[in-house]
Design a protein around this ligand. Structure first.
Ligand code: GAL
Length: 753
């Protein structure tokens, strides 16, 4: 531990080491029990904050289908009491200050303390801090919050209410103003790094300190080492690393090229909706990490601060995105001066996130187009330049970018440090005209699939051949949005365009809302089908395709489809996703031959408009396919090899009718998690998954725990997550359970007659 000089309370130490003492400050956790009343309700009821007032209801198309079919559009009031000790009150009486910190309220919260209106905010995705020292008193205090989502525009589910953490901090005189600390590293080499810290004291004074760290331990994706520093009694973490986007060689972290194997992630957490929860976030990232992901794009809004804490701790680089559009989706109603509004939000956003080593780029928006429509939302050279300056005024250590899609807008981006492009190799016009601006594939692969569904045992025949009769998209992953591609095409593109930093797949995990392709007249779905992982956090088969290609430190052998086709298909196409280079397929012990990946394939890099026939040739490079295997019940087995050495196998056995329901703790939840997930499988007598089972199950929890939400991955499902009775989807469902104390917990499920 090294102690600096000149300032009383600052210490530099590795995170694991102890911290020094500091000024006496108090934090009152204001999560937990609040009273709540939603528009139209007569009585107050008890809720637990963080809280999403719309999650748990049955999905109903009378509520906007585009944003999740849930009643999030409403007003709601929250109130609670809390106590301030005499000692804390004394801090206030002697020149201290108290700050109410909200990490996010959807949306337009108006906050009152002891009957006095103390402040609010506009943009629901960004937290805010209110100084309340003048109103806070010793003893009991009453806090109330009104939120209103009626004016919130969104293309996805955004929830409603106090959906992120709340706390009160009481700081004595002579404190550092919350949110004012900036920690910048520079002159980073293996020998040393300069760490510059800056903060504002409560008397308005700006203070600075610079230290040198010898032989720094770099923060990296596979070794996310964090330093910490104590400034004014608070501990701040930072990482030492170099990050740069290059025009010719993609992204470099700590001086080496790092291919971004990224995913776009939405703010909603499936079964618990928008409720911000660290265990659920960590689980999402653990699922992504198991697939080989090293980068996250916070599409399209300021994420929960806990997500960035986790990315710091787990080693993900982040494209930190502030907005979808510069319009009502940014919370802007038209009443505020547009440029001032966007500038103000951007500054707060950057101030909030700038000390996270995981953040490697700022994004000022997504697919912001022309200058027409109800609001002026257009991208122009002036607006981009202005917003870039706003970001740089708070942090000049990272590039400022935007995610784009229209070639008409390239000129507007010429002053940005970086551009992101969505789909279909649309980045080429920018590359041609502005070759000195580095690029990222901010959205790739808007492909569709439903977990467990394999049509009639054959992959789709064209990119947009969705199953309109059954309203399903097929698990062979041959379909995508008309403007986008299947995973294999994007893998190929990223191999060819090595000057690109890498891709962010749309999306890592399904989300509520944007229920493509079942939109418009067929708008019957509650959630997306884009995810590599379903809404409940269960990996679709596509997960294994990514894992086989992206995850270098593990072997993957995964066989699709299931092997229950009696009376449904005579011939079935079989695929193997493996990190190996070849595999042999056996049906009931008889070899159906070996297949090898075709690595010297020649295939176009540009978008292929038709997306049929020849389009799928590239799949032979990344997956192994046996077409039209005559179905016969029994065991289908794949044995995979690399360089002739066996690396693993996978088996699908024909299952009998389910006789029971098995509950399995989700492998990505940790035993110590307060909120954990339990998978529910319909199994036959021998414990094999019955892959067509869509029976209803009743889920119960015994012991010191409660069922928080349950559901399945069917985008068309209407049963709300609050219901303990859930239909299975292709044999499966998931439950989210909260531990309420110590002691044994039993989660059980049984078929509901
Ligand atoms: C993109 C857009 C995303 C999402 C996606 C679906 O164009 O940026 O927000 O809508 O399409 O494919």
């Amino acid at each position: 531990m090294k102690r600096g000089s000149g300032f009383k309370f600052w210490v530099i130490s590795a995170l694991a080491a102890g911290m020094s003492g500091g000024v006496v400050a108090a934090t009152i956790d204001l999560n937990g029990a609040w009273q709540f009343k939603k528009e139209g309700e007569a009585d107050w009821r008890e809720v637990r904050v963080p809280h999403d007032w719309a999650i748990g209801y049955d999905f109903n198309p009378k509520f906007d289908p585009g944003s999740g079919m849930l009643p999030w559009q409403a007003t709601g009031e929250y109130r609670r009491k809390f106590t301030v000790s005499e000692a804390d009150a004394k801090n206030l009486a002697t020149g201290g200050e108290a700050y109410l910190e909200f990490d996010g309220v959807m949306s337009r919260p108006q906050v009152s303390l002891n009957g006095v209106a103390v402040g609010g905010s506009i943009y629901g995705y960004l937290g805010f801090t209110i100084p309340v020292g003048g109103v806070l008193k010793s003893g009991e205090n009453e806090l109330s919050v009104k939120a209103d989502t009626h004016r919130q525009k969104t293309r996805f589910y955004c929830g409603g209410g106090i959906y992120r953490d709340v706390r009160l901090r009481i700081l004595p005189k002579g404190h550092v103003v919350p949110g004012s600390v900036a920690i910048r590293t520079s002159e980073v080499t293996v020998e040393s790094a300069s760490v510059a810290m800056e903060w504002r004291m409560d008397n308005g004074e700006l203070q600075r300190r610079k230290i040198k760290v010898e032989k720094p331990h770099f923060w990296d994706v596979d070794d996310p080492y964090l330093y910490s520093v104590e400034i004014g009694g608070e501990v701040y973490r930072y990482g030492i690393r170099t990050a740069s986007f290059t025009t010719e060689d993609g992204f470099h972290l700590n001086g080496r090229r790092l291919q971004l194997k990224g995913v776009c992630l939405h703010s909603d957490l499936g079964l618990i909706g928008m409720v911000a929860n660290k265990d659920a976030l960590r689980r999402q990232l653990a699922i992504m990490r198991d697939m080989g992901v090293n980068a996250v794009r916070t599409s399209h809004n300021c994420p929960d601060p806990k997500l960035l804490d986790l990315c710091d701790e787990m080693g993900f680089v982040v494209w930190d995105e502030s907005f979808d559009k510069w319009d009502g989706t940014a919370g802007w109603t038209g009443a505020e001066n547009w440029e001032e509004y966007i500038t103000g939000v951007l500054k707060s956003f950057v101030r909030r996130d700038r000390n996270h080593p995981c953040v490697v780029a700022w994004s000022i928006g997504n697919e912001i187009g022309g200058q027409s429509g109800r609001y002026y939302t257009g991208v122009s050279r002036t607006s981009c330049r202005k917003f870039r300056e706003a970001v740089l005024s708070e942090d000049d250590t990272r590039p400022v970018g935007i995610a784009a899609w229209q070639k008409e807008t390239v000129d507007a981006f010429q002053d940005l440090d970086l551009t992101g492009w969505n789909y279909a190799r649309r980045y080429m016009p920018m590359k041609t005209k502005y070759p000195k601006i580095p690029m990222v594939y901010t959205e790739s692969c808007s492909s569709f699939s439903d977990y467990g569904y394999f049509g009639n045992g054959q992959p789709a025949t064209g990119r947009t051949s969705y199953d309109w009769d059954r309203h399903r998209t097929c698990g062979y992953d041959y379909t995508a949005a008309s403007y986008s591609d299947i995973p294999d095409v994007e893998f190929w593109r990223m191999e060819k365009d090595r000057w690109m930093a890498g891709e962010f797949v749309w999306t890592g995990i399904d989300y509520l809302g944007e229920p493509a392709p079942w939109t418009g007249k067929t708008g019957k779905a509650r959630s997306s089908s884009f995810g590599i992982v379903d809404l409940t956090g269960f990996p679709k088969d596509r997960f294994w395709l990514y894992r086989s290609y992206w995850k270098k430190d593990a072997e993957t052998v995964h066989l699709i489809p299931h092997w229950n086709w009696d009376g449904r298909a005579d011939k079935v196409t079989v695929m193997v996703y493996t990190s190996g280079d070849e595999a042999e397929l056996f049906l009931n012990g008889k070899s159906l031959g070996k297949r090898s990946k075709l690595l010297d394939i020649d295939y176009p890099v540009d978008f292929m408009k038709d997306g049929v026939g020849d389009y799928y040739r590239i799949c032979d490079r990344y997956r192994l396919t046996w077409r039209d295997v005559p179905f016969e019940p029994g065991a289908l087995k794949a044995v995979a090899y690399r360089n002739g050495r066996q690396i693993g196998e996978d088996v699908r056995e024909t299952a009998g009718k389910a006789v029971s329901v098995r509950c399995v703790t989700d492998p990505y939840s940790r035993p110590e998690d307060e909120l954990f997930f339990v998978r529910i499988d319909a199994v036959d007598e021998q414990g094999r998954l019955d892959p067509w089972n869509e029976s209803k199950v009743l889920i119960t929890v015994e012991g010191p725990a409660e069922l928080v939400g349950a559901g399945n991955g069917n985008p068309h499902e209407r049963t709300g997550f609050a219901s303990p009775v859930q239909p299975l989807f292709f044999g499966r469902a998931m439950a989210a359970v909260r531990r309420l104390g110590t002691g044994e917990i039993a989660v059980r499920a049984k078929f509901e007659d």
